[in-house]
Ligand binder design. Structure first.
Ligand SMILES: [Zn+2]
Length: 1151
């Protein structure tokens, strides 16, 4: 064991930092805090300012004032102290440690590429650099580091007409009449939906009701869907002259047939539990150019391959009379043949889709030949349309700011672009609730089955027009809190006794007002400084934390970022290592900064690894970086302290040299095995040694099979799908990573994972530490430089730059009567109340469920206070507080009137995705369906007027619950297709768990835009259309996005001119489906489409993969998977069928 013999000249880190005294800020109020621009955490001198000057869009723009690279830090002249000269020596780490640089002359005591044994602590060269500079104590958030706004830029907003009815909420119930007259009267037969007598369904009852399925709109029904540009005249409601109501009414689905025995969505429409043929595993890494068969198919949520031929033309499954609860067809899955998709149904008369067949056991002859027309179906235009709901909300609520001063106010939908004005409640960008009016009693809540949950995004990015939370500094005394429950001062605290005490709005305890905080009350009992203090007048604000809020009663050091690069064979060969190193050279100039700081306070370090780990000393005084190898991975340690974590500007040249040399050093590696556990351990140990929090960026390619702690085996087994053991696929295969995660959280070591697998690498296990530390996972299966590098680099840039808090603890307090009982998200909990996250970034969401523990009162309502304690990117300890007041009700109707389905779906998806860890997937699906049926049945029973049992009546605010729920049920986690890998499912499961409401909304119900309808002269997006194949026209081009992918679908009959303009080729057949970007062409259509894509990228937290799909091409299978209103090839029900099924479930509950 060779040892670097330099002695360590004292602890380089952890000394008290001189600048920490800077925390003693002057008391809040009046004087601007040093170094704080007024626009952000400026002194709070009055009422809420109006909207601020817009800040330039965020992004990776050098023009945003990031520190320029400047001149390199001059090298320390003591170059003789650079013994481990890497220089031109190329290491050949073939099977173990890189060989010693034997040819390099080494000055005293230093050895190149030393290999250290256990316990050999390597100290770098003693440093003489100045102590770390403390940043100004109080800084605004860095505008430049904040990512793109969540909502659409206003330039793309399609503002509709002003709301026609502002009292829509209050009037909601008033119009809850039943359009009974139209229900029982079947319309004339033969409304253009094909021959009325065609193929009567097997069940007579279905037939009878089937003729009523096209019952026209009733007065109480929602307005007709948006005009579908494709022009489907026969789908127009026959009674289109009916007045369109403007009030929000409960939705009735007209003529909704009692789905008796043939309604068809029973189990038969779900995949049979056994026997579904599964495709063989995907082939290995494709050769270049084979993208069709390779990479795209492995992406999550993609359907990539047609079902096996055996399903194409087999006899239609199922006995003719199989009832809804009959067993699924024993052998044949109800999958329609792939070829059935090519029946030219695009743009056809709306009618039954042949692939609905699986739901109709009696329908004969599904094969490659179109059979007789299937039975008539419920008109899709007569059932609630997500597009219509989204459009209505945009036009009604998008034009005015959402002012948060009113308790229990339901915000606009996440798909509506609106501004928020904080007047005492947290913005919906921070907190959204399943309901803003919660039942007073536990019994009511149980009866309704509506989960009471809040989706909280504590560090959400705000659009530039909105004001970031103000930073309040109470000096040494810290924030004012309730003596008993420790709630923080907020607008709902009641001052009494002339202002000398306040009564807690959460626990009612009376607390003395500290002398320094005393203020007189006005005649209304309000403090006269009400408007001067954010914590008295705003829903969201921050407190500067005192040392009492810090670990070990010591202010934290600025965090560190450690980049840890897999340099095994696959990583090197794919060009990944070179790409990462090149990118790091520039990205290091964009580390998060606070406010107007000249440079980031974050220090950086570098590690490479395969079976062993290589640490690098990049101290500024070195002429060349030094490598130190740790081959004993069984007990990881960090071989150097000084010189490992450095300031980017100071060590710029050494870092650049290192990043140049890494790809060369490992260029000829033959090492294919990797370790993984020791990599995280190494990063953790480095942060421990530096006594700081931080983030590890790990770039990893393979299942870690090398001998080391956390070694894994390939235990993938898709035969487990649909068995009781399926849950094991989502569980980690060892507890090693759970234990490691716990240690990481304790240190504030957040782990972000970039995965580049060519085969199974067990995301469920590798992701454990990432998940529990609040980190992010990115996955690029079959990574290929030319097609995937843009996506990866954009993700990396954003991930490095985005706002993040470290060492975070979140607690949600509630007023008496309810309490937080359950939590969903990427975090760790060591008790039942505190959500701990080593890192929490601006994209991460925590969903919290509440349960009653007492009665609530309508008068006082219910309050939530979310307090997040965290360390900022400059090392400042802060508390971010969000408050929200909700109404309480004694009438169930009030609950249903104030629900938010998008948030409900967010909660239900997370609940279900956690459920698969412990329960069979089928049980999870059934329980979701059951809960939603109970929710809707309760409404029907208690809130809706009496009406025909054949009528499906949905609460207005929940009319999309069935369609969205069906999307969750059909998702890859709960109902995977044969091509979805185990890793894909684990990955999606983890992603969804941290998604906010906007992300789950578009993920489960993708956005589908007809590009050929876009107005090239306007900034607006074309109107979205519903996700169904029958909405597509062969002559158009469409874009579909779900937050992870963007598909551009090209119909076979698209005009040649459009193809030329968009793809630069002269015919449909010449369009390449391997493009990962659209060509840059100078014509209005190309510009428009590219600008739409750019805009969509800005809205999403991950860079979406672009996939070109030609109609009738193989890749179209991928695309169709996202047409979520249709029956899916893997057995997922169509929207229409699912609605029938829900109706039946509801009727059963009511009978
Ligand atoms: Zn209290």
């Amino acid at each position: 064991m060779s040892v670097n013999q330099h002695t360590h000249a004292g602890p380089p880190y952890g000394q008290p930092q001189p600048g920490y005294q800077g925390y003693q800020q002057p008391a809040y109020g009046g004087q601007p805090l040093p170094g704080v621009p007024h626009a952000q955490y400026g002194a709070y001198n009055g009422p809420m300012p109006g909207y601020q000057q817009p800040v330039p869009p965020q992004g990776y723009f050098p023009s945003l004032g990031f520190p320029s690279k400047g001149s390199p830090v001059s090298l320390n002249s003591d170059t003789s102290l650079a013994p481990n000269f890497i220089g031109s020596v190329r290491a050949l780490p073939t099977s173990g440690a890189p060989p010693p640089a034997s040819g390099t002359s080494l000055p005293s005591g230093h050895q190149g590429y030393s290999q250290f044994g256990q316990g050999d602590v390597q100290n770098g060269i003693p440093t003489s650099t100045a102590p770390m500079q403390r940043p100004p104590a109080s800084q605004p958030f860095l505008p430049g580091s904040a990512p793109a706004p969540v909502s659409q830029p206003s330039t793309f907003q399609q503002y509709g007409p002003p709301p026609s009815s502002v009292q829509q909420l209050s009037n909601h119930m008033a119009g809850m009449t039943i359009g009974s007259t139209s229900i029982s009267a079947p319309p004339p037969a033969g409304l253009g939906y094909g021959p009325p007598t065609s193929v009567p369904p097997v069940s007579g009852s279905f037939s009878a009701t089937g003729s009523g399925l096209y019952t026209p709109y009733t007065a109480s029904q929602g307005p007709p869907p948006p005009s579908v540009p494709q022009g489907l005249p026969l789908a127009q409601p026959p009674f289109s002259g009916q007045p369109v109501p403007t009030q929000r009414l409960p939705t009735e689905v007209p003529g909704f047939a009692p789905p008796l025995s043939s309604a068809g969505i029973g189990p038969s429409s779900y995949p049979p539990s056994t026997g579904a043929p599964r495709l063989p595993p995907m082939p290995g890494p494709p050769l270049s150019g084979q993208t069709v068969a390779g990479p795209p198919m492995s992406q999550p949520n993609h359907v990539s391959s047609p079902p096996p031929p055996s399903t194409l033309s087999g006899p239609h499954p199922g006995p003719p009379m199989s009832g809804l609860h009959g067993p699924p067809p024993p052998t044949h899955p109800p999958q329609p043949g792939y070829q059935m998709q090519q029946n030219g149904s695009f743009g056809q008369v709306r009618g039954p889709q042949p692939n609905y067949g699986g739901a109709y056991p009696g329908t004969p002859n599904y094969g490659s030949q179109p059979g007789p027309p299937p039975p008539k179906r419920l008109d899709p235009d007569s059932i609630p349309s997500p597009i219509q709901v989204i459009e209505d909300d945009r036009s009604n609520r998008g034009s005015e700011p959402f002012v948060t001063g009113v308790r229990g106010q339901v915000p606009p939908l996440v798909t509506t672009n609106f501004l928020v004005k904080d007047q005492g409640n947290a913005s919906p960008r921070y907190i959204r609730c399943t309901s803003y009016n919660i039942p007073c009693t536990s019994d009511m809540a149980k009866q309704s089955q509506v989960p009471l949950a809040a989706v909280i995004k504590p560090l959400a990015t705000l659009p530039p027009e909105e004001t970031l939370p103000y930073l309040v500094d109470h000096g040494e005394s810290g924030p004012v809190r309730c003596n008993r429950c420790k709630a923080y001062m907020c607008p709902f605290m009641q001052f009494i006794e002339g202002g000398r005490r306040f009564q807690c709005c959460f626990c009612s305890c009376v607390t003395e007002v500290p002398a320094h905080y005393f203020q007189h009350l006005d005649h209304t009992g309000k403090r006269v400084d009400f408007y001067d203090r954010p914590e008295l007048s705003l829903g969201s604000y921050e407190f500067l934390a005192t040392v009492d809020y810090c670990k070990n009663n010591k202010f934290p050091s600025p965090p560190a970022f450690i980049f840890m690069i897999d340099v095994s064979y696959n990583a090197v060969k794919s060009g990944l290592v070179r790409l990462i190193c090149e990118e790091l050279k520039s990205i290091l100039d964009y580390l998060p900064r606070e406010g107007n700081m000249e440079e980031s306070a974050i220090r950086v370090g570098f590690v490479t690894y395969n079976k062993v780990l290589h640490f690098y000393n990049v101290k500024s005084s070195l002429a060349q970086p030094q490598m130190m190898v740790v081959s004993d991975v069984a007990d990881m340690f960090v071989p150097l302290l000084d010189g490992f974590l450095v300031n980017v500007n100071e060590s710029r040249t050494v870092i650049a040299s290192l990043l140049d040399q890494i790809p060369e050093m490992f260029a000829d590696t033959r090492e294919t095995e990797t370790v993984f556990g020791p990599v995280i351990q190494a990063g953790l140990e480095a942060l421990k040694a530096a006594e700081c929090a931080g983030k590890l960026f790990i770039f990893h390619t393979s299942l870690p099979i090398a001998e080391a702690p956390g070694k894994l085996k390939n235990r993938d087994d898709k035969k487990l799908i649909n068995t009781d053991k399926e849950k094991t696929l989502f569980q980690p295969q060892t507890s090693f990573y759970n234990n490691l995660a716990k240690d990481c959280v304790a240190q504030g070591c957040c782990v972000d994972l970039f995965l580049f697998p060519n085969q199974y690498l067990d995301v469920a296990t590798l992701g454990v530490v990432t998940y529990q530390t609040g980190g992010s996972i990115y996955k690029y299966a079959y990574f290929q430089l030319e097609t995937d590098q843009d996506r990866f680099l954009n993700d990396l840039r954003r991930d490095v730059q985005k706002e993040v808090g470290f060492d975070a603890v979140m607690r949600v307090r509630t007023s008496t009567g309810i309490r937080a009982t359950d939590f969903f998200g990427a975090f760790y909990m060591s008790n039942t109340t505190d959500v701990e996250m080593a890192g929490l970034d601006c994209d991460k969401t925590i969903t919290v469920e509440f349960k009653h523990d007492d009665k609530l009162s309508e008068d006082s309502g219910a309050l939530l206070q979310c307090a997040l304690l965290y360390t900022s990117c400059a090392g400042q300890r802060r508390l971010r507080i969000h408050n929200l007041s909700l109404n309480c009700c004694t009438q169930l109707a009030d609950l249903y009137r104030n629900c938010e389905t998008d948030t409900l779906i967010n909660y239900l998806a997370k609940y279900a995705y956690r459920g698969v860890l412990n329960s069979p997937v089928k049980a999870v699906r059934d329980s979701l369906i059951n809960q939603c049926a109970q929710i809707l049945a309760c409404y029907r029973k208690n809130c809706a007027s009496p009406s025909s049992a054949g009528q499906l009546i949905l609460p207005e605010c929940m009319k999309l619950l069935p369609v969205y729920l069906n999307c969750v049920l059909k998702s890859d986690v709960l109902q995977p297709g044969p091509e979805v890998t185990t890793d894909d499912r684990a990955y999606i499961r983890q992603l969804v768990t941290s998604m906010d409401v906007a992300e789950t909304n578009v993920f489960f119900y993708p956005r589908l835009l007809p590009l050929t309808k876009a107005d090239v002269d306007s900034d607006s997006l074309p109107a979205a259309i519903r996700n169904s194949e029958e909405r597509l026209s062969k002559g158009d081009i469409y874009l579909l996005e779900n937050g992870l992918n963007i598909f551009v679908w090209v119909g076979v009959n698209v005009q040649q001119g459009l193809i030329q303009n968009l793809f630069g080729v002269s015919s449909f057949s010449q369009i390449s489906n391997t493009l990962s970007t659209l060509p840059v062409l100078e014509n209005p259509f190309s510009k428009k489409v590219r600008s739409i894509i750019d805009m969509l990228h800005l809205q999403r937290s991950r860079y979406m993969k672009l996939i070109i799909v030609k109609q009738e091409d193989k890749l179209e299978m991928l695309f169709k998977h996202f047409l979520v209103e249709d029956k899916s090839l893997t057995g997922g029900a169509s929207y229409v069928d699912f609605l029938c099924h829900m109706h039946k479930e509801i009727r059963q509950l009511l009978s």
